[in-house]
Write a protein that binds this ligand. Structure first.
Ligand code: C2E
Ligand code: CA
Ligand code: CA
Length: 760
């Protein structure tokens, strides 16, 4: 008897110590309270063990003290565990100090017991032949029992209340521990009150310890799991149908019942109703896994579903049932569609954006290799000005109007979009292209918004795809290059041809080469003689020529227009003025009367201080300013007239002779004649050539020469090619002459020879 109880209690102590250690390693939050409770159970069990093992009075007494004080410890930690486990926050300070006081009092009275003997005593009994010790309780022991039972019941009550209050799902979690406590309590009480000679009451507490350890850490009630799963499944957005092995529906969530229109919640008809909802799924009843996309309804009301059937098997892999999972993809699809739309379309106009346009054109060309297509590049001219003058809102509106026009003009065989900013792109079958219609539309493109109105100037460059292997973006480059051909305002469309591309490449090439060409003196001045009315060579116009190392002698037409466009003309002009001054300096003694006219491009006035540059040059070479004549064109007068007039006056003050070049070639007006303070007017050769066959033109020319004279200016006529012209102009009163009749522009050597021959 003694040995068995001893072994059992000792094993329990070891077991509880191990459990306590393992509990600490666990990751549930209750682990601390649990581990402490398990440890606290060890002292009373140890006390119990000592009492049973004792064969003399003293160890039995010690065992009793360990037992009773240990009991205090154990119930105290039981209380703490109960509060923690049941999530009861207990902050009442008074109540807490009462608890402490009750325990403290118990400890004190045990401490006094050796002297007073009021709590308990032990007496020896004999069981069989062996001596055992039994507690004899006095009043103090009753107090101890009240405290211990009190707190034990308090713990039971905490669990009972929690179990009642909590949801049905969790009830079990508390009930299991409550039950263990009751078992331990009854076991203990049985020993205490039945008066069995050998007290093994703590075995009940040990078992309680193990049960709590198990329930608190490892036991998860089946019902709880089931309920939780069901609750999660109910909250899932998917519709879920569970079928058993006989294809009877055993469970369906709310979404599932709603989907098939089952309001009653009666599970009997779920199978057929599900089949009716998705009539296109033929094998909806077949017990194997499948997945399909389904559409219900059409257009705006269409809803998209993914329907999946899954097989459920038991632990051994034997078929147990199936479940059908229906996902409603409608929102995701709509969102995806919107995102896709936004990624492909321009937000302002709703047309395709550049990337998507190029991609779509590539696809169309690949699909229809036999259809001839045009690539059209549309550009709104001076759109920045529209924004600046009318505001961004109007600008946006204007772009939308262009987009709407493009969209309305195109058939489904075309692809079109916005390339960016104020440019649009179209790919259209050649057969559908009607240049007259487009020209007319572009001619009358007026945008009206509120009280604002503006005539948009839109140009279309067109490339007919002759090489389908080049990339679409290159095709658009070509179409855009064609725009460079549109110079006149009244034409709106231009076609790309290879010469445009060559011109562009050429322009790029010479622009890259110009600086080096000037340094290497590939650019040289030619001199075209200027004759006075007595036939004497009085001066020369310096005209540039480019001795190109690959292309030979280039005339200005090959490079001047491009340099005027990109501003490089200022380098060329400065260089030509320097050459002229250099030459004048050389002629100072040999030909002191000779003058040289140089050209000043309108662009020069934009990018440099012409007056400063020219004065610097004549000073550097010590040239008399009147020897250097300055040719400016009417184009200079197109803007800031007052400023230009001032400039001319200053140049005249500096001693230069200023000439108006190409008079009559552009939008010249007689009016300008009186405003321009120039010394000489150079009549454009077109004037002369017209008047040879046209009497009216001749009369006009004559009166202009007279007018120039009247205004106190000299006149020079350019392009004199025949003696007849020379005589006619001389009779009209012209002062100077220039033209092939006398000489073409000549190299320096030729020019000097020409002068010497003329003088001889
Ligand atoms: P421009 O200033 O009007 O020069 C006169 C042009 O008429 C020259 O052409 C000359 O060769 C040509 N010409 C002269 N007499 C006759 C004739 O009897 N019949 C015909 N059909 N043509 C005649 P070029 O040298 O080709 O120069 C063309 C234009 O290039 C010049 O027109 C001028 O505007 C510009 N240019 C030439 N060199 C320079 C320069 O160094 N700087 C600037 N800014 N422009 C230049
Ligand atoms: Ca000139
Ligand atoms: Ca001229």
């Amino acid at each position: 008897m003694r040995n068995t109880a001893f072994v059992v209690l000792a094993l329990m102590i070891v077991g509880l110590a191990v459990c306590s250690y393992k509990a600490m390693k666990h990751d549930k939050s209750i682990k601390h309270s649990l581990a402490l409770l398990l440890l606290a159970l060890i002292p009373p069990i140890a006390g119990n063990l000592i009492i049973i093992a004792s064969t003399s009075r003293l160890p039995a007494l010690i065992g009793c003290y360990v037992y009773f004080l240990g009991m205090d410890l154990a119930v105290a930690y039981l209380l703490k565990f109960s509060l923690d486990y049941c999530n009861v926050k207990w902050n009442n300070k008074l109540a807490i100090s009462v608890v402490y006081s009750l325990f403290t009092l118990d400890i004190i009275q045990y401490a006094l017991n050796p002297f007073t003997g009021h709590a308990f005593d032990v007496r020896q009994i004999t069981v069989g032949t062996a001596p055992y010790f039994q507690t004899v309780p006095y009043i103090g022991q009753t107090y101890h029992r009240i405290v211990v039972y009190g707190f034990f019941f308090a713990s039971i009550i905490i669990f009972a209340v929690k179990a009642r209050r909590t949801s049905r799902i969790y009830e079990e979690k508390y009930l299991m521990i409550l039950l263990s406590m009751l078992v331990a309590g009854i076991w203990e009480s049985y020993y205490i009150f039945s008066g069995t000679p050998v007290d093994t009451s703590m075995i009940g507490f040990g078992i309680f310890g193990f049960l709590v350890y198990y329930f608190a850490l490892f036991y998860s009630p089946k019902v709880l799991v089931e309920r939780m799963l069901a609750s999660i499944a109910s909250d899932l957005p998917d519709a879920l149908f569970f079928f058993d092995g006989d294809r009877e529906c055993v469970w369906a969530n709310r979404q599932a019942l709603e989907l098939i229109g089952n309001e009653s919640g009666n599970l009997e008809n779920v199978g057929p109703m599900l089949a009716a909802t998705f009539p296109k799924i033929k094998d909806i009843d077949i017990d194997r896994e499948w997945k399909t996309d389904q559409v219900i309804g059409t257009g705006e009301n269409a809803r998209y579903y993914t329907v999946e059937k899954h097989i459920v098997t038991d632990d051994k892999g034997i078929f147990a049932g199936t479940f059908v999972d229906v996902t409603d993809d409608t929102e995701t699809r709509r969102q995806l569609a919107t995102e896709r739309y936004n990624a492909r379309h321009d937000s302002l106009t709703g047309l395709y954006n550049k990337e998507h346009l190029l991609k779509s054109i590539r696809e169309m060309l690949r699909k229809n290799p036999d259809v001839p297509y045009h690539i059209v590049f549309l550009d709104v001219n001076e759109f920045k000005m529209v924004n600046d003058v009318f505001g961004k809102d109007f600008g946006d509106y204007a772009l939308r109007c262009v987009a709407d026009w493009i969209a309305s003009d195109m058939t489904e065989n075309c692809v079109y979009g916005r390339l960016g900013g104020d440019t649009f792109g179209v790919c259209q079958p050649v057969a559908e292209f009607d240049p007259d219609r487009i020209n007319e539309a572009l001619e009358n493109f007026v945008v009206r918004k509120g009280d604002k109105e503006h005539h948009l100037l839109i140009h279309a460059g067109i490339y007919q795809i002759d090489d389908p292997d080049i990339d679409v973006s290159v095709m658009f480059d070509r179409a855009r290059m064609a725009l460079s051909k549109i110079k006149r305002v009244y034409s709106h469309i231009a076609f790309y041809n290879d010469s445009i591309r060559e011109t562009m490449l050429w322009n790029q090439k010479i622009s890259a080469e110009i600086t080096a060409a000037i340094e290497e003196r590939q650019l040289i001045p030619y001199f075209q003689p200027i004759i006075d009315n007595e036939g004497r060579v009085v001066g020369a116009e310096a005209l540039s020529r480019w001795m190109h190392p690959e292309k030979g002698l280039l005339s200005p037409a090959a490079y001047i227009p491009e340099f005027e466009k990109n501003g490089r003309i200022i380098d060329l002009d400065k260089y030509m003025w320097r050459c002229a001054c250099e030459q004048l300096a050389e002629w100072k003694t040999t030909r002191p009367e000779m003058f040289v006219s140089v050209n000043i491009s309108p662009v020069d006035f934009y990018f440099m201080d012409v007056r400063l540059e020219i004065n610097k040059l004549v000073r550097e070479f010590g040239v008399e300013p009147s020897r250097l004549r300055l040719e400016i064109t009417e184009a200079v007068m197109m803007s800031n007239i007052a400023e230009k007039i001032q400039m001319i006056n200053w140049l005249k003050q500096d001693g230069f002779i200023v000439e108006m070049d190409d008079f009559g070639s552009g939008y010249s007006s007689l009016n300008m004649l009186k405003d321009m303070p120039v010394d000489l007017i150079k009549l454009d050769m077109a004037f002369l050539h017209d008047s040879m066959f046209n009497n009216k033109a001749k009369t006009i020319l004559k009166s202009i020469v007279g007018l120039i004279d009247l205004l106190g200016m000299d006149s020079l006529v350019e392009g004199v090619e025949t003696e007849e012209q020379f005589i006619m102009m001389k009779e009209m009163g012209c002062m100077y002459f220039q033209g092939y009749f006398f000489a073409k522009p000549l190299s320096l050597e030729e020019f000097e020879k020409y002068c010497d021959n003329a003088a001889a």
